[in-house]
Design a protein. Sequence first.
Length: 205
Amino acid sequence: MTTYKLTYFDISGGRGEPIRIAFHAGGIPFEDNRLSGAEFATMRDGTRFKYLPVLEIDGAEITQSNAMCRYVGRLAGLYPEDDLQALYCDEVLEVVEDDSHRIGQTFGLEGDAMKQARDKLVNGWTATFLRGLSQLLARGGGKYFADNRLTVADLKLLMEVRWISSGMLDYVPKDIVRNIAPDIADHAARIAEEPIVKAWYASRK
């Protein structure tokens, strides 16, 4: 029997959470190895690219969260079989990763430098990101992004929307998604109520 170990931060979000949900939804046993920031700091140099998540399959280390989303998504039936629909799913995975990367570049800044960087994001890229996602959601039929059903693309975007709407990011308004792309805010609310998402969080209690 194949063994899976997913190592990621001990948070209910971020790049690792869609993979956890997919494992659980597919009934696929996996070791959910959760680390604090301090714990990761002690092992960072031992990882291939010095970041998380890391997925071990029978002990072999795999990196890149979108690759993991696709792989586990296939195992769990949360990734399209049709090539075009798979492309639609991939497009969302990649643009969400772009957003995470751009926000990540502002970490470590302080004072006015952070405010200017975050203001630039809010008024530039983030607005473009959300409006573009609205177009992709409409292309998918308005409820899901691909295949007329829940996929890992919906799960990954849910985590991103929660993050940028959380108030944890200084100078990023909590209502930014609702104000710029209400359909994307509604999408996140719907996906949060999907049975497999609720079942995952219920299993964590």
